[in-house]
Ligand binder design. Sequence first.
Ligand code: DAV
Length: 376
Amino acid sequence: MSTIVSSWNDFDPLKHVIVGRADNTCISPSEPASKAKVPLDSPMRGMTGPRTLDTVEKANVQLDSLVKLLESRGVKVDRPTPIQFNQAVVTPNFMTGSMFGCMPPRDVLLTVGNEILAAPMSFRARYFEYLAYWPLMRQYFDEDKNFRFEQAPRPELGDNSYDMAYFDDHITEDILLERTAKLHMVTKEYEILFDAADILRMGKDLFCQHGLTTNRKAMEYLRRHFPNHRIHAVNFPGDPYPIHIDATFVPLRPGLIINNPTRKLPEPQRKIFEANGWEIHDAALSAHTEPPALCYSSVWLSMNCLVLDHKTVIVEESEKAQCEQMDKLGMNVLPLAFRDAYPFGGGLHCATADVHREGTCEDYFPKQVPGTRIDL
Ligand code: DAV
């Protein structure tokens, strides 16, 4: 038997990856957590139902072209099995009218070494999304005797899990900015809540964004679940809808990170990077002033790139400034059209989940300093 699953970071040479599919994706009904995510002025507010077939087909064309590009670079690609997402989710604690989709595997699957940990998820509509990945997980389990196939505690996601009074008629973006800077999120500390895309994997250190989809209890859970790792809490004031770290803080290779210039890592949290000689660069501005129609994410998907190795990165092709910046930083940039896929759950990093990268669990931060560590 050979090793199928092994990945410790987002930059070592990529060998095997899961790429999502757009089939059957729904705009799910408003719920406590997504109310907080869908921007106040978005036409998506109040909209629900399956996405139109022409938009699904266009997104799949671009997802398929990502698959072709990866395969041409020698990367093995697996795909999830879309389920009928246009069905209600009913549990003892909540009901909601539909599921979401399986375009962004990064949100669900956290790969740490020989383990893939399925996240609890913080949106009710995404409660059963893991099922789209279970056929692959079963296959890896059969083929790789060291694969640890794990699921984080399933959350209740009842009304106790959210601040149900977070949204009222007087809410404004300024109020949201004030609250998120103070770490007052719509998700409470009632139970362990995280999406996998809030966790940045860098060898022995896991940096977790405290935001709408990941709470402090999740970090404490990760500390106990991964006893050989060091768990850090980071947050990025400036984002009224903080969700997922991968359009905010993105490593390109050991020692080099780009940070969203409108969501800067606070000074005390920068110390660990400075102490270990890492450079943090402001990311280039997006070429766009608006995301595509009916998209949950911001224009900052410009920095949501997929690193293939320490010198190669796939970037959305219209993001010329971002491509140029990465080129100057010494990366070989592979541009790829991907904006038709954005509304289905994000950019190039979101649309993928690591199965195998070369390399081992390195210590990139031998000098640990207070400021981010949840247990220091
Ligand atoms: O900037 O809207 C998108 C992250 C998606 N995984 C943003 C964050």
